[in-house]
Design a protein around this ligand. Structure first.
Ligand code: PNS
Length: 164
């Protein structure tokens, strides 16, 4: 049986920490779906469509990585896609409490779906989408922390006077 995993998140924007987890997941599972949550934040920096475009561009050479959107309950999406595993990244102990709660709630909702936690490479453990947005908005350098296409799009938004 082939194993299909779902890596859900906001990905606003995709960071190199996310890319690292997805690449690890793509080696571990037969296929991994990067599932972008729609309608989470009222004013995201990137639209869900932009986030999907970014993910597809970054993983265009990896046929076992799919990028999709979802809304509603994650476990319903996972079941609908016929996946068995939810992948979440753990960067630090501070992530643990919320991740533990989510994993147990998802387990209660659909006991057959397993959550698997993966650690990114140490050099990415301090990166978060929130910090990337803040640092970039205040003129800091984010090169090497996000894929090049994200950096280009951040600059384009800034030059158009939008958000970052
Ligand atoms: O990147 P994020 O914001 O940490 O991802 C959080 C996400 C999308 C995984 C979580 O908010 C989620 O699963 N939302 C979908 C709604 C849902 O199923 N909520 C119950 C989770 S226990």
């Amino acid at each position: 049986m082939s194993t299909l995993a779902v890596y859900p998140g906001s990905f606003d924007p995709l960071t190199n920490g996310h890319v690292d987890i997805i690449s690890r997941g793509a080696r571990l599972f037969d296929r991994i779906i990067v599932a972008v949550l729609v309608n989470a934040e009222k004013s995201p920096l990137f639209t869900p469509e932009e986030r999907v475009e970014i993910g597809r561009a970054v993983f265009r050479d990896q046929p076992n990585v799919e990028v999709d959107t979802f809304d509603g309950l994650l476990v319903d999406y996972v079941e609908r896609r016929g996946a068995q595993v939810i992948v979440r990244g753990l960067r630090a102990v501070s992530d643990f409490e919320f991740e533990f709660q989510m994993a147990l709630m998802n387990q209660r909702l659909k006991p057959k779906i397993e959550t698997v936690f993966m650690m990114p490479a140490e050099k990415y453990t301090y990166i978060s989408s929130r910090l990337i947005k803040e640092v970039f908005a205040l003129g800091g350098r984010v090169h090497g922390l996000v894929p090049d296409t994200v950096e280009t799009r951040l600059r384009a938004k800034r030059s158009r006077g939008k958000g970052a």
